[in-house]
Design a binder for this molecule. Structure first.
Ligand SMILES: Cc1ncc(COP(=O)(O)O)c(C=O)c1O
Length: 485
C-alpha cells in the first residue's frame, strides 16, 4: 500500500471503529458529565508530543480518542447542555459529513462538483422560497452566521460603492458610510464592520425597547441626524432572534424605513430565521421577505453538525458584484444551469457542506423540524413559567424563542455567578451567562434533541439548591433555615 492510504483491510477496521464509536457515544451520552473534569496533565502530555516521524495504527488513534479526547470533551449533545445557541446534531448529519469528506468535492467551480453544485443551489432555492425572497435571490452555504453576516455586509457595501467597489473602494469616498443596528446585535457584526474597514465609529447601536427590539423611531432619528452631518447611511442590520434573548426586531417597520431612506436591509437570522420552518412561528418573522439579505444557520435550528451557515441575497447579482473574479488559472464556465460559487463569496476551495443540509431536510422533512422547533419553544416556556411562578427566581427577559434568561432573586451578581460556575463544574448541567440590564443571570437555550421536561425541572431544582448553598455560605447560616429561600 502506498503512503497515506489504507489497505482494504485497514479501511474496514477504521470504518468499524468509527461505527462503534458513534453508536457507543450516543448510547452512553446521558451518563457522562456534561462538562469534563478536565485532566490537565493528560492534555499537557498530548500537547507536548513532538511531530511524529512515523505513523501509528488506526487502532491507536481510537484508543487515544477513548483515553484522552472523550474524557476531556464538553458533551454538547448531552440533554443538559444548554448554554449557547448550539444544537445537538440530527442523526443524519455526521453520516453526511463522512460521505462529503469521502467524495471531497470542491464546491468552487461547478465543473469540479456538478452534483454538489445542484444540491447547494437546491437548498438555497428552498431557503429563498421559505423566506419569500423572490426569483432573483441567490446565496451560498457558509461556515456559519458570522461568515454569512460578513458576506452580506460586503455585498451591501459594494452595492453602495457601485463601480468604485473594485477601484478606489472605501478610500475614494468623501463621506464615511454608516451602518445601524440595535444594542442587542451579535458581535459578528462588529467584526464585519472592522474587517470591511467601515470603522466602529460608524456603527450606530440604536437602543432597543423593553422587549429588546430595535426601536424604529430612534433609527429614523439617527439616520436623519447622520445625513444632516454629511455622513452616508447605507445599511441597517435587523435581528430575527437576538443572541441573548431571542428578540425579533420589527422587520416590516424597519424595511419601510430602509426603503424610504434607500438603505440596504440585512436581517441577521442566524439564530431565529429557521423557526420559519414551523408554521406556528412564521408569523413572528413577518417582514423578513423584505430583506435585501438574510443570514441563517442550519447548524442551529436545522440541527446539522458544525459547520453550516447560509447567506441569502434578494438579488444574487449583488454577490457577484462583490466577489466575482476571473483569474486565468481557473476555467470558469458558468451557464444557465450552473454557477461557480467561487464568484459568490470570499472562499475559493469550499467543501460540500450543502450535503448535510440537503440530507437533513430530505431525511426528516420540514414537518419534523417544525415539531422539534415547537418542542424546544415549549421547553423554554416551561422553564420561563417555572421561573416566574417561584419567588426564588426572577425572569430577566420575555421568552420569545427557545431561550430563557433568569437569576436567583435572593442572590446578587456574585452569588449568581457562583451558582452558574458550580453548576457547570458539577457536570450536571451546562447553562450560559446572561448579563441583562447590567444584572447577571443564567441563560438556557433549548436546542438539544434529547432534553425533556424532566431535565428542565431537575435543572431548576439543582439551581435552587445551589442558590441556597451559596446563600448560606455567604451568610454562614444553617442550610435548613435557608430552605425558605
Ligand atoms: C444572532 C446571531 N448572529 C450571529 C451568530 C454567529 O453565528 P455563528 O456562530 O454560526 O458564526 C450567532 C451565534 O449564535 C447569533 O446568535
Amino acid at each position: 500500500m502506498t503512503d497515506l492510504q489504507f489497505c482494504p483491510e485497514e479501511m474496514a477496521r477504521a470504518a468499524a471503529l468509527t461505527q462503534r464509536f458513534m453508536a457507543d457515544y450516543h448510547a452512553g451520552l446521558a451518563q457522562r458529565p456534561v462538562y469534563p473534569q478536565v485532566d490537565r496533565a493528560a492534555l499537557a502530555k498530548l500537547m507536548a508530543e513532538p511531530l511524529p516521524e512515523e505513523g501509528c495504527r488506526v487502532e491507536d488513534l481510537f484508543e487515544e480518542l477513548d483515553a484522552v479526547i472523550l474524557p476531556n470533551a464538553t458533551h454538547t449533545a448531552h440533554p443538559r447542555f444548554l448554554p449557547y445557541v448550539q444544537p445537538s446534531p440530527n442523526a443524519v448529519s455526521p453520516f453526511a459529513e463522512a460521505v462529503a469528506a469521502t467524495l471531497n468535492q470542491n464546491c468552487n467551480l461547478w465543473t469540479l462538483s456538478p452534483a454538489a453544485n445542484a444540491v447547494e443551489r437546491t437548498v438555497i432555492r428552498w431557503f429563498a422560497d421559505l423566506f419569500g425572497l423572490g426569483e432573483a435571490a441567490g446565496g451560498l452555504i457558509t461556515s456559519g452566521g458570522s461568515m454569512a453576516n460578513l458576506i452580506a455586509l460586503t455585498a451591501a457595501r459594494d452595492r453602495h460603492l457601485g463601480s468604485a467597489a473594485r477601484g478606489a473602494g472605501l478610500q475614494g469616498r468623501p463621506a464615511p458610510l454608516v451602518l445601524y443596528t440595535s444594542d442587542q446585535t451579535h458581535s459578528s457584526i462588529d467584526k464585519g464592520v472592522s474587517i470591511l474597514g467601515l470603522g466602529a465609529d460608524h456603527l450606530r447601536r440604536i437602543p432597543s425597547d423593553d422587549a429588546f427590539r430595535l426601536r424604529p423611531d430612534l433609527l429614523q432619528d439617527a439616520v436623519e441626524r447622520d445625513r444632516a452631518r454629511g455622513l452616508t447611511p447605507f445599511c441597517v442590520v435587523a435581528n430575527a432572534g437576538t443572541v441573548m434573548t431571542g428578540a425579533i426586531d420589527p422587520l416590516a417597520a424597519l424595511a419601510g424605513i430602509c426603503r424610504a431612506q434607500g438603505l440596504w436591509l440585512h436581517v441577521d437570522g442566524a439564530y431565529g430565521a429557521l423557526t420559519a420552518l414551523s408554521p406556528r412561528h412564521r408569523q413572528a418573522l413577518a417582514g423578513i421577505e423584505l430583506a435585501d439579505s438574510l443570514s441563517l444557520d442550519p447548524h442551529k435550528f436545522l440541527f446539522t453538525s458544525f459547520e453550516a451557515g447560509c447567506v441569502l441575497v434578494r438579488d444574487a447579482g449583488a454577490l457577484r458584484h462583490a466577489f466575482s473574479t476571473t483569474p486565468s488559472y481557473l476555467a470558469m464556465e458558468e451557464d444557465a444551469d450552473f454557477v461557480d460559487f467561487a464568484n459568490y463569496g470570499p472562499q475559493l476551495s469550499r467543501g460540500f457542506k450543502a450535503l448535510k443540509v440537503w440530507w437533513s431536510l430530505r431525511r426528516f422533512g420540514s414537518k419534523a423540524f417544525a415539531r422539534v422547533i415547537e418542542r424546544m419553544m415549549a421547553l423554554a416556556r416551561q422553564m420561563g413559567a417555572q421561573a416566574e411562578a417561584s419567588s426564588a427566581f426572577e425572569l430577566l427577559a420575555p421568552v420569545t424563542l427557545n431561550c430563557v434568561c433568569f437569576r436567583l432573586a435572593a442572590l446578587d451578581d456574585r452569588g449568581n455567578e457562583a451558582v452558574l460556575r458550580r453548576l457547570v463544574e458539577s457536570g450536571k448541567a451546562f447553562l450560559g451567562p446572561a448579563r441583562i440590564g447590567g444584572r447577571f443571570g443564567q441563560r438556557a437555550c433549548f436546542m438539544n434533541l434529547r432534553t425533556t421536561p424532566e431535565d428542565v425541572a431537575a435543572i431548576m431544582a439543582e439551581i435552587a439548591d445551589l442558590g441556597r448553598d451559596v446563600s448560606c455560605r455567604a451568610e454562614n447560616t444553617d442550610p435548613e433555615q435557608a430552605k425558605v429561600l
